[in-house]
Design a protein around this ligand. Sequence first.
Ligand code: ADP
Length: 487
Amino acid sequence: MPLLMRPLWVLSVVSEAYPLVKTGGLADVAGALPAALAPEGVKVVTLMPGYPAVMAALGNAVAHPPEPLFGGEARILAGSARGLDLLVLDAPHLFARAGNPYLGPDRRDWPDNARRFAGLALAAARIGLGALGGWRPHVVHAHDWQAALAPSYLRHAAGSGARPASVVTVHNLAFQGWFPASVAAEIGLPPEALEEAEGGHHGGLSFLKAGLQVADRITTVSPTYAREITTEADGMGLDPVLRARAGVLSGIVNGIDTREWDPARDGRIAVRYGPESIAARGGNKAALQARFGLEADPRAPLFGAVTRLTGQKGSDLMLEALPSLLEAGGQLAVLGSGEAALEAGLRAAQAAHPGRIACTIGYDETLAHQIQAGADMLLVPSRFEPCGLTQLCALRYGAVPLVARVGGLADTVTDATPEAIAAGRATGVVFAPVTAAALAEAIRRAAGLYRDPGVWAGIQAAGMRADVSWREPARAYARLYRAMAGG
Ligand code: ADP
């Protein structure tokens, strides 16, 4: 009975949150969790940097007195914006810079990123220790390397007062916040924290490594990824630390915003539909074929992809598997941007196979919805995938996900084995190992299933019925927070 529980306060510390600032899935999670946690009796206050976009959106803020922070003055503004209860770190010398939160106009990391995000973490620790008139959260939740020093500053702060519990969430272990060891002096890192941050072939210090060593709990965004990152193969150099802390490491899959991603109410697609009217997707398939200049063939299996074009996402494998896709009578519509060679490869494939393969290079929310609503299958051949969101959207839209058996993809898609089909549990096609040959085989298998309308409709319907909302993930976070806060 959540209503009878005492409210539990969480300070979520994060460098981006949708819809205020977004560069990736981290922002989606930070933006969606607070509302999803409210029914669980968890009150989330989000601490984020005072970038211009955040300052502009903040209404009726209360300013706390300024304090020195790494060569300038910083104040905490308490207010709200776009449905989020916010504490904003107003430190113009660190954050009064428009555009991408991490990169300067030259598309390189800002040279003072260590100071900027250590400042965010230190502000979190100060708040955790009662700097805002004595208010203290029960839990400090630090997201990714940008916030990961918060548990370190908390742990190593002077004094013996009560401290909130801390959790670090790893959204993508590829980003570890490595800096030269010389920044330690600049950011007032206590010697113990420096030791915890040092090491590896990098020879510098990692904000994430420090946080992982001292946080009370560590989470990542799927149970399979939580296991994978403790192995040398997928631990990206931090596996020894993660193995040592395996007892407090767990995985909670992400949800998606099921109001924004709802085929029954989606204003961006040609024909709206639900699990009871899947056949109506045909109108969206025809619209998608027209939009991409593909042959208007309702019976050709239409594969889609919405992706960063990178090695992580297996975009090169997708290119290698194209001959099999064509042999299977398939079509391909790709929306994505990323590495120049992969963009060029897709353009070349489109030129070589007009009407069968098409791509749009760029970022386009509307087109992403149209692909999910019109494609028969969504390809996600990632080499590693902490959680993945596109396969969740695909499930909800009846685009059968064809995914690599890694990370969150393995946890959210049930392979269409004969047994799973018979039991009505199959929701997609899952392949391993992550090679072009295995992907090609999976494409042939998917095309075969597609040509059996009864089986195919069952797979689509099971996917559309799967719960991909934030409800269960929010419950899991609420349980974790309560366990951390002592019941
Ligand atoms: P990532 O590793 O890129 O964060 P996810 O699958 O977790 O991968 O999240 C990617 C999100 O960005 C999804 O919501 C997806 O729809 C969206 N996305 C990715 N590329 C594009 C694009 N080119 N246009 C529109 N949306 C995109």
